[in-house]
Every structure is written in structure tokens, then in C-alpha cells.
Write a protein that binds this ligand. Sequence first.
Ligand SMILES: [Zn+2]
Ligand SMILES: [Zn+2]
Length: 354
Amino acid sequence: MSLTQGFCPKCGAPSDNGELCGKCKAKDLVWVEIPARLECTICPSCDSVKTSGMWSDSAITREDLSYTLVETSIKIHPDVKNVQKSISIRDTSSNRSLATVLVIGELYGIPVEHTAKIKFVWVHEQCDRCSRIMGSYYEGVIQVRATGRKPTAFEIRRAGEIAYQIEDQMQNAGDRLSFVSDVEETKDGVDITYSSQAIGTAIAHDIVGALGGSYTTHPKLIGEKNGIRLYRVTYSLRLPHFSRGDVIFREKGYFQILRQNKDTVFVKDLKTGLNRSFRENDDDPLIGNIRSPEAGTIIYRDAGLIGILDPQTNEVLEAPDRNWIEAYEGQNLLFLRHKDTIIPLGVETPEDES
Ligand SMILES: [Zn+2]
Ligand SMILES: [Zn+2]
């Protein structure tokens, strides 16, 4: 006991300097505040959550979300020490949950405890993205066509894959309103409808990067919102005259198209296996594409020749041997045919057969 010992003016218990004792101080203090009701707006289609008027994708489950919201709604006075909270939540209907909260701690040396119930209300509202998707919202279309031909099945498939890959990337990066509205094959190519100018530009750019060609843009004013002019943009995307993998005939040689850049084609010389480039000339005869070759079993490889079984006649065919091709008897040689000439492309691997 110190010399300055006194007594609590309220209850008479001993206290330092004659002030309120811990028990009486704790009794008068509102040390915990718990709301009676909590509300959370959630999209029934995609589980996005609306916070302060903004929608965002929620990385956690609805259950974890409700625990987090209850947890953060409990306000505790900073003088409370050794705080422990226990929360249990059960659903009472499809849009109501009931949370039971128990908080214990120590206030001015006195143990304190408080229980409360929170009515948790789920408000279902369609989010900004889902309402646009439902309303078939779009800001433009990329028309993928090819110069002097129809895009190949491969090019059509790749264009669609690229569009959806970019959609994934942009959604993962939090760009909620960038999505692919539709991918539709038309009689002369494929149309990709998109929801924001950012995704439209990215898709057109990547298709040209992967398949060659170029595009022009054609904006059309469709109206005005909050003083901002709204446009729909059509991308006229032209794939090159030759597609990747095409084999062309030029200067008595056969060349596989690897890629194109403006008017330059980068090719693989199918005689030497080496890469080279030359100016594009749409008049070069197209022999075929390496994705649709013929295949013949190799019978012998000797003296600069490869003997194969012609899949069309079952007779022996001879093709010029190529140093860059590794091939053995019994394997299938992939080749294209140009009149009487056999153009070896390589051997069939297990992936080719699928
Ligand atoms: Zn007291
Ligand atoms: Zn949604």
C-alpha cells in the first residue's frame, strides 16, 4: 500500500490517489460496439461484391466474406487488453444470416465479456459486368478476314483462342468490364465482338502478332454519355495472302511460310532447312500447308533418296533426301506433292497423329 492510497468515491473500494476504481471505470465505459445489422451487396451470377458503390471480384467464398465483414464491424476500445473474439454465423434463409459474437478481454485489470447478435442481410443485385453481358453490351467488333482467300480453320480457331486468352488476362488484372461478347464464324472469316476499347485493341494486336497481316480501325459515333462521346469501333483485320505453314513455289524451290512482316515473308527453305526472307509476292503458287500433309511409310533411305510407300497407290515413290530431316525406315514421312515432285516436310511424330 502506498502513502497516496485512497478510496473509490463510488464504491469505497481502495484505489490509487482516491480515483474511480477499475471496476467502476469499466462499468461506465462502452468498451465494445457491435452493429445490430450488416448488409452486403453481392451479384447472384458471379459473386462479385459491391463496396462503396464499386463492384469487385471477390477472391473469397461468401462464407469467408461474411466472417470478414462481421469481424471488421466490431469496434473495441483501445484500453481493452487480451481481446479474444469468437464469431459463428448460420444462414437463416437464402438472403439472411445470423451472426453470434462473443468478445472477451481485460479492462483496467477487470475481466470483461460481451455477447451480441448481428442480423446479416445479403442484397442480391446484378453487377455491372453481368448486366452488360446479359444486355449483349458491346463497343466494337473485330472482323478477321484474309487477303484473297478465306481464313483457314486453324486461323479461325487461333483468333478465338487469342480473344479468350486476353479476356482472362484482363479479368485477372481487375479490368472487370473488358470481356469478349461473342465469337462468331461468318461465311468469310470470324467476327469477335468485344466490350471495351482496351480489349479490342489488345485482341487485334495479338491476332496480327500471331497470324500476320494488319488492320485498320473504323470508329462510329453512337451517342454521348455524361459529355463523353461514345464510339463503336470496327477493326478490319486482314490476314496475309499466305497463311503460316503454307508452302509456296518460287524460283524452282519450295518454301514454308514462317511469318510475315509488312511485305516481307520469312520462310524456311525446304531444301536446305535454313531460314531466309524475301519480298512477298501473292502470285507465287501455293502448294499446300504443312498442317495438311500426306504421310507415307519410309522403306529405304539411300544415296540421296528416300523411298516411301505412296499412300494413294501403294507403290514406291522416291523423294529427294534432305540433310535437315532426321528419318528412319518404318517411320512415316510427311510430304506435299507438286505435280510429280515430292516435297519432304519431316517425319510424323505421335502428336501429328492425334
Ligand atoms: Zn469503485
Ligand atoms: Zn456479376
